[in-house]
Design a protein around this ligand. Sequence first.
Ligand code: OXD
Ligand code: MN
Length: 591
Amino acid sequence: MPAKSPGSCNTTNHAVTSWVDEIAHLTRPERIHWCDGSEEEKSALTKLAVELGILIPLNQEKRPGCYYHRSNPNDVARVEQCTYICTANAEDAGPTNNWMAPDKMYAKLRALCDGAMRGRTMYVVPYLMGPPGSPLCKVGVEITDSIYVVLSMRIMARMGRQAYDQLRDSPHFNRGLHCMLDINPERRFIAHFPEDNAVISVGSNYGGNVLLGKKCLALRIGSWLGRKEGWLAEHMLILGVESPEGKKTYAVAAFPSACGKTNFAMLVPPPAFKGWKVWTIGDDIAWMKPGPDGRLYAINPEAGYFGVAPGTSTKSNANAMQMIQRDTIFTNVALTPDGDVWWEGHDAPPPQECLDWRGQKWTPDSKEKAAHPNSRFCAPAANNPMLAREHDDPLGVPVSAIIFGARRSTTMPLVYQAFNWIHGVYVGATMGSEMTAAAAGNIGQVRLDPMAMLPFCGYNMGDYVLHWLRMRKLISSPPRIFHVNWFRKGADGKFLWPGFGENMRVLKWIVDRCHGHADAEETPLGWVPGPRAFDLTGMENFDVEDLEKAQAFDVEEWRNEVIKSNELFLKLYPHLPKELIFQRELLISRF
Ligand code: OXD
Ligand code: MN
């Protein structure tokens, strides 16, 4: 057996120790490091990562505790074509997921992992998803041969002894195995085994593929568990809006990757909204369960933010700029000569010279971008100046509004409200968005992305929509459901709505609607704000006509939208709840 260092195994949970033994026999590491999540461990691993060139320390005066990492250029985003749901029955994975029979996938991956950690250290990372003691909290253990993963997991999840404390002697934890292999796209698989509560990820070291608590456990396995156990695992931020009187209203919002979830979750209201505050509970994932009072309660299973750096600035996200001043790992941004970081859309002007994300000299004349469009910051939630106290509340927060959002240059109005829960599920299920750099693919093309979960739903998407419809029976006071689009453009190609902090005006209408305070007009799409519903104080340079254009409903565009949604309906047909088809017919008849 390999040496167990440093110290020895720090759990007596037999299911954990025997699984670690099994993986050690397979991968043959030289050492096993049982992570405890302590500060000393973090310092020692960071020092080692620097010695090995995995991390580069940034200027510690400017950015204390911050480090820089460059990934292999072939490994910069999630790869959906390498992501599999391995269920005994192919139909359970459904037509929107890649599927392979579990036996076949296990055999393939065992062969790839055989001896894969020879001469290396195997890290055993216990972690919690969710506040300790929460009825929704889940335990995971990730085995990895990447120090970058250990240090990032320490930020993104509640990592260390507390996970074993919660697990005690139970065998119910997510088994996650990550082997970097040689970071070869030909040998890259992110395989989920929902029936075994297990994940195996090989051939990548990119966050979304390898921080196994995030997309793999919290969403793909989480959605499977949610259906089984009567809750929802969603690709949603969670925020709390506080009025000047101190009343808090909570909203969750689903946007596809890289469409501004982190910015919306950390929104700074404009000066005209004196006394209003937006608190963050989560920026990417919500686990939601009906509470005893019949409302839907949400927790954020994560403990950090893995946000897209390009476009992050004081204007787009002042709180994030403050948050990433310390204790942050930056990946694939540009490195400036004074040991700081830069990216396209940063407050600072482009540096005269720097190293780009590939480590090559870059000047403002260079044709390539300095930072990769999917470059990231990984920062602890505790650094967010607007982190809500409720972030750690095991019971979560009661949700008043569910917001679906997409990146659409045409068709979709700035905001509308669904008539009821079933209509809201239709609105979320038929959501389409222009693709971004967060996943490898055709950037800009509209793809249907139900509830922003297309890449993250761990089972048949038709059954997923049915689960949403069924949840209504368990929620006697359901949240109101809305759809927003900050990205609509005018004929001149310019955005019609300024977005960022100004989105507070839309959020306030949503909050007021939830409390029955705001007027709305009925349209074929749903309820929309009336002409004077938004307080535009402080937007003197904004052309009110642009707001009308941003809200406009165009029958021709909507005909195309309905035709587009048929693609998904046909794909999911055998499992598609008929309620969705009736909703489509109602929408057409309202046109
Ligand atoms: C993410 C993503 O990293 O959605 O959150 O890709
Ligand atoms: Mn995401």
